[in-house]
Write a protein that binds this ligand. Structure first.
Ligand SMILES: Cc1cc2nc3c(=O)[nH]c(=O)nc-3n(C[C@H](O)[C@H](O)[C@H](O)COP(=O)(O)OP(=O)(O)OC[C@H]3O[C@@H](n4cnc5c(N)ncnc54)[C@H](O)[C@@H]3O)c2cc1C
Length: 309
């Protein structure tokens, strides 16, 4: 079993830690500045293989990777945008089935999420496979002391594929980014009071580089489309930061927010489930706090006072 992690500019993608943990620390980093990325997983593994191959090129990478991962019965990618792109290319190059959207992978068994997360399918692993692991499905243990993993460089020649090349890279917009991939989410519920106030979440999201989420009540009122809904009948999210404005935290909503999230809730009711589940619970008027935050983040940070002033 091996985790293959595509790296851009030395940064690990969403779900990398979990894919590495699922593979017992066996990992290959491929992409740009992999040594920088290797430092970020130092507490997770004893050895890392890295291959510096430059910018993302899924077809060429898959062809080159096929020979070096063929010995592994299971090749696992995080289901990040690049992982989801690279996995089918590699499955094709290896002539293996692809299991997309796994929730658990063991050498004997795979559990895959189906029907938008409403069903789990369990199947035996009785042939070599390629799979993607959904971010947020498992905890990741950190070693007590700092491990000093050995780093092995793996030279890899990437065949050029002029038919498919990256012509540019656009940063995702919070308003349109897939909620499941968003590292930060600002979400609103009925407590925001109106469609207009809900719309102000996009201004805050823009300032925090975050995506906008909503409860079902808000979606049912037509304030935002269903693609923004979080919960049992919406998206399952695993951001690093979840800011909830005027959300009661019904079980159908909270079941869509992975527990590892750092949560800040703003609500008038200190005892509602969203507030009790939050790391920081702010008992206040949600529209007012939203406006104050937008204003605060619009103001440039004050310069440090000069010692001669
Ligand atoms: C089968 C089924 C599936 C469902 N699936 C989902 C789902 O996927 N996602 C989902 O979200 N819901 C889902 N629901 C609905 C869910 O049960 C709740 O009704 C919903 O999550 C509540 O949304 P809310 O928090 O916006 O509204 P409410 O429950 O009405 O809560 C509003 C909150 O705002 C607070 N508030 C009011 N005024 C202010 C103010 N001025 N300042 C601050 N706080 C204020 C209140 O104290 C309250 O806590 C589902 C329900 C069913 C039956």
């Amino acid at each position: 079993v091996i985790a293959v992690i595509p790296v851009r500019g030395g940064a690990l993608p969403l779900g990398a830690d979990e894919a590495i943990a699922e593979c017992g620390g066996h990992v290959l980093l491929i992409g740009e500045s992999c040594r920088t990325a290797a430092a970020a997983i130092a507490a997770r593994t004893h050895s890392v293989r890295v291959t510096e191959v430059g910018s993302f090129a899924p077809a060429g990478w898959a062809e080159a990777l096929a020979s070096i991962v063929a010995e592994h019965a299971i090749v696992l990618f995080p289901a990040s945008p690049d992982g989801r792109d690279l996995a089918p290319h590699l499955a094709h190059a290896l002539g293996r089935p692809l299991w997309a959207g796994a929730a658990r992978v063991t050498p004997d068994e795979i559990v895959a999420s189906r029907h938008g997360g409403r069903a789990l399918l369990t199947a035996p692993v009785d042939e070599p496979i390629v799979a993607t692991l959904i971010p947020g499905v498992r905890a990741v243990e950190t070693a007590a002391g700092k491990l000093e993993p050995t780093i092995d460089e793996l030279p890899l020649a990437i065949p050029t594929r002029p038919a498919a090349s990256v012509v540019g890279l656009l940063r995702p917009l919070g308003a349109t980014m897939d909620l499941a991939d968003a590292p930060r989410i600002v979400a609103g519920g009925a407590g925001l009071g109106s469609e207009e106030t809900f719309g102000r979440l996009a201004d805050l999201a823009g300032r925090l580089d975050a995506s906008v989420g909503a409860t079902r009540v808000v979606v049912d009122r037509g304030w935002t489309p269903h693609s923004r809904q979080i919960g049992t009948t919406g998206a399952v999210v695993a951001p690093e930061l979840y800011l909830a404005f005027g959300i009661s935290g019904a079980v159908q909503h909270l079941s869509g927010v992975e527990p590892a999230t750092h949560t800040i809730a703003v609500n008038l009711d200190p005892s509602c489930p969203m507030m009790t589940a939050a790391d920081l619970a702010v008992v206040s008027d949600a529209p007012a706090v939203l406006e104050a935050l937008i204003e605060e983040l619009a103001t440039p940070a004050p310069r440090e006072a000069s010692p001669h002033a």
